[in-house]
Design a protein around this ligand. Structure first.
Ligand SMILES: [Ca+2]
Length: 312
């Protein structure tokens, strides 16, 4: 059982990750969603996070809006991939439930301070700006954290926003650096694994065939989102990046990785936003990340489908 906060920038794959997590109340006790600018600007990521709660039939989960821009760099978005509303293939509307009062950074500081030692897991599905700001304000909050599970980074696969950088890190490398330096246990699901867990027509058809609204939403999102990724990378299916974080929380046995030393390149230049992953231990520096490189793709889609089936 995880006491969980999900920090997110929805985002097509974020919404799937959120529906998946909201469908697992017996394993994931979700305290709140916190939103950050990333795939699209903050107002849209905050609306889409609330939409995910509405679609999951979980309107009681509070959504706190967080950082509107990265720590230092110029803001970037990914509307070319996620559409101007941050969601492809589905029609968006203003959700019935408004944002929770107060900001995400204050919420993180307050909640992690009050939490028992090593008790709260953070799933981080966007740029890591909110947690970096919280750590800057209150370094003692690391005490309350059990683990961070991040969709972030790339090594063997190469990047998806530059040849070497993955979007979430590239969008705020200084925040990623601060989070890595915090010393809390970190698991990263980089493109190395997310590009191995790919949709197929049969996998999407199974989700659509569930016959519920959530299954149709996930299938519609994937039908719109997967082809562009397949075309760009020459892959046989589309990745569902952020949803691998939910799967990892529920079934870590579906994944394989290794504890290694990872650093972020935050210098201007071609390496900006790269996760320098010392897979072979060349630097002889202490491991700070559980770096996941492989996963059971069919196991992932079975788990996803089984959970989406529980939703309205
Ligand atoms: Ca995301």
């Amino acid at each position: 059982m995880h006491t969980l906060i999900i920090d997110t920038d929805p985002g097509a794959d974020d919404v799937i990750a959120l529906l998946f997590a909201l469908a697992a109340p017996e394993s994931l006790s979700i305290q709140a969603l916190t939103t950050v600018a990333g795939n699209v600007p903050l107002a849209k990521t905050s609306r889409n996070a609330r939409l995910a709660c509405e679609w999951a039939g979980r309107p009681e989960v509070p959504v706190y809006a967080g950082a509107e821009r990265p720590l230092q760099r110029t803001p970037i978005y990914a509307a070319n991939i996620h559409g101007h509303e941050g969601l492809t293939g589905v029609v968006v509307h203003e959700p019935a439930v408004p944002l929770a009062e107060g900001g995400a950074v204050d919420y993180l500081v307050r909640t992690l301070r009050a939490a028992p030692e090593n008790s709260v897991t953070l799933a981080m599905l966007g740029p890591q700006t909110n947690l970096a700001l919280a750590l800057e304000q209150a370094p003692d909050i690391t005490r309350g954290i059990r683990e961070l599970v991040l969709m972030a980074g790339a090594h063997f696969n190469g990047g998806n926003i530059t040849p070497v950088a993955e979007f979430n890190v590239f969008a705020d490398p200084h925040a990623a650096e601060a989070v890595l330096k915090s010393g809390v246990p970190i698991t990263m699901l980089p493109l190395d694994v997310t590009h191995k867990i790919l949709t197929s027509d049969a996998r999407i058809a199974r989700l659509r065939g569930l016959g519920n609204r959530a299954g149709a939403i996930v299938a519609d999102i994937l039908d719109a989102y997967a082809p562009q990724e397949m075309k760009h990378y020459g892959m046989p299916g589309g990745p569902v990046h952020d949803a691998t974080v939910t799967a990892y929380l529920l079934r870590p046995d579906l994944f394989q990785g290794r504890r290694i030393h990872v650093e972020i390149d935050s210098r201007e230049g071609m390496g900006f936003g790269q996760t320098v992953a010392d897979w072979h231990g060349s630097l002889k520096r202490p491991a700070n990340v559980n770096w996941i490189i492989d996963g059971d793709a069919q196991g992932f889609f079975d788990l996803l489908t089984e959970h989406i089936a529980r939703l309205p």
